[in-house]
Design a binder for this molecule. Structure first.
Ligand code: GLC
Ligand code: CA
Length: 551
């Protein structure tokens, strides 16, 4: 691990690391209640160790009414009994330590659950705690601004007994915290110190670039309000304070950045700024949104995807920033269904997409099940869905005149539940996830697509991921090389180079299901390091990916 010295402390570089993301509710159930838990994670540590990832980011398991599956926290320093106990967590930390794996926790600091003690006291009119949130005077029929909640509807909710509105950028049960209040910031530092003392090795900060709100709330006549609170005025100051004061600057810290800019992400992640180790940005995943609207059906625009990946690679590189690179997480449909072909070329396209991401400059993230090519859920009944955002938007779509079937088709492509079905461990009962009926159904294809079957074959998707994770550790050109875009002879291809002290890597991805003729001279002087077809021939096969190397 390279260290860049700053004044007072070091900011680490995570170029050789790879993070495995666990959405705990759907990962593995250990006690037969149909809900994934900490015990289930412990059972699968060897499985994760085998992939070679050095960190595990676990989505929130803190006490919560679970309206947004744990992103609505009612007590940040205790564990929800449905996920296990503090003793289970301590055992997880020591078992992970023993395997050289660091545990990263998910800190949801933009909002708390309305069930949190702080919010309950605020509702009782206690001044101290009202100042923890944004309570604004107003008439019951006139919200303070026209801002929209990201889960649909207004971002404001009226509280009759207080004659005030409170702000919620997400669900009505997720009230936004007032970071302009220094007491709130102190509370959050205490939470970080608490988990640091337990042996946690990193943190993911949920929608962190939304926490700096303006002093005065005004209507947005151009959009949904986001321009007033995204990458807000005090963001950089707040992050420096939070990370510095809680003593976690040496850890892996990643911020989830909603609708952000390259310039801000450079500052968030450049070690000299002493803010975060890296950023998630999402522009490259909006290439199948019609005019920015997620709830539409559109084939991904691959040229736009390439353009966005390239501009973020170059921009962050020039500014000394660092990307978290990824295609899948618990808020996204499965990449192989979205950008690949999840039927005929499932394994080929899953591997091609893996190459595309893992050879980039940045720290790659693997989302549970991605490593063996899990697909979208293919639900076709509203009763199968659990996600609050999907259920809200289903209603909104019907109200706006979309037919039931069209709305279901849109959910089938876009719902977050696509990434939240139980991990398909085996072809057994409930996909090997639980002895009981899972809280959300498994995708029907679990009999064919599952970890157990995949592990059996030498040429499996999981073994391919293992190679990619290993290559990053072995080759400095992958971890630390300069990113150089390469013009393509055919728009269905994506190519780039990496360079590091006389070493060079050439990456070629066929993003289509077509066979494309290919002039081998482009790879003259290189040797092939990796590919997703057994033999690389004169043409590029459907979804073929090749990685060439020379020194
Ligand atoms: C982030 C989380 C998402 C959650 C939202 C509100 O985007 O990844 O799952 O619903 O924040 O906390
Ligand atoms: Ca359980």
């Amino acid at each position: 691990m390279l260290c860049i010295s700053g004044k007072g402390y070091n900011m680490k570089n995570f170029s050789k690391s790879c993070v495995y993301q666990i959405y705990i509710k759907s990962f593995k159930d250990s006690n037969g209640d149909g809900i994934g838990d900490i015990g289930g994670i412990i059972e699968r540590l060897d499985y994760i160790k085998n992939i070679g990832t050095d960190y595990i980011w676990i989505t929130p398991f803190f006490r919560s009414p679970l309206n947004d599956n744990g992103y609505d926290i009612s007590d940040y320093m205790s564990i929800d009994p449905v996920f296990g106990s503090m003793r289970d967590f301590e055992r997880l930390i020591s078992e992970a330590d023993a395997r050289g794996i660091g545990i990263m926790l998910d800190m949801v600091f933009n909002h708390t659950s309305t069930e949190h003690e702080w919010f309950k006291k605020a509702l009782e009119g206690e001044k101290k705690y009202m100042d923890y949130y944004y309570f604004v005077d107003g008439e019951p029929d006139a919200p303070p601004t026209n801002w929209a909640s990201k889960f649909g509807g207004s971002a404001w909710e009226y509280v009759p007994q207080l004659k005030k509105w409170y702000l919620h950028l997400f669900d009505v049960t997720q009230a936004d915290l007032n970071w302009n209040n220094p007491e709130v910031r102190e509370e959050l530092k205490d939470i970080l110190r608490f988990w640091k003392d337990k042996g946690v090795k990193g943190f993911r900060f949920d929608v962190i670039n939304l926490v700096s709100k303006p002093d005065v709330f005004e209507n947005d006549f151009e959009g949904d309000g986001r321009r007033f609170y995204t990458d807000g005025a005090k963001m950089h100051e707040f992050l420096k304070e939070l990370i510095g004061d809680s003593g976690i600057s040496e850890m892996l810290t990643v911020g989830e950045m909603s609708s952000t800019s390259i310039d801000n992400c450079i500052r968030y992640s450049n070690p000299a700024e002493k803010e975060l180790s890296m950023c998630f940005s999402f522009h490259h995943l909006k290439v199948d949104y019609v005019n920015g609207d997620k709830w539409t059906l559109m084939k991904p625009d691959f040229n736009k995807l390439k353009e966005l990946l390239v501009s973020w690679q170059l921009g962050m590189q020039q500014g000394g920033g660092w990307n978290a690179v990824f295609l899948c997480n618990h808020d996204q449909p499965r990449a192989v269904s979205r950008f690949g072909d999840d039927r005929r070329y499932r394994c080929e396209s899953a591997k091609m997409l893996a190459v595309m991401i893992h050879m980039l400059r940045g720290t790659p993230y693997i989302y549970q099940g991605e490593e063996f090519g899990m697909t979208n859920a293919d639900f076709n009944d509203i009763s199968s869905y659990r996600d609050v955002e999907s259920l809200n938007y289903y209603k909104i779509m019907l109200e706006n005149g979309t037919s039931r079937q069209d709305a279901l088709n849109i959910l089938a492509a876009k719902s977050r539940d696509n990434g939240r079905t139980p991990v398909q461990w085996s072809s057994g009962e409930n996909a090997g996830f639980s002895s009981a009926e899972p809280w959300i159904s498994a995708a029907e294809n679990f009999k064919e697509i599952n970890a157990e079957a995949d592990l059996k074959s030498e040429s499996s998707v999981i073994n391919f991921y293992k190679k990619l994770v290993g290559l990053r550790k072995e080759y400095n050109v992958i971890s630390d090389g300069e990113f150089i875009p390469v013009g393509v002879p055919d728009s269905r291809l994506f190519m780039y180079k990496r360079q590091y002290q006389g070493e060079e890597l050439l990456v070629i991805c066929n993003m289509s299901g077509d066979e494309i003729s290919w002039n081998d001279s482009a790879a003259g002087g290189y040797t092939q390091l990796l590919g997703n077809y057994e033999h690389s021939g004169k043409s590029l096969m459907p979804y073929e990916a090749r990685v060439y190397y020379r020194k």
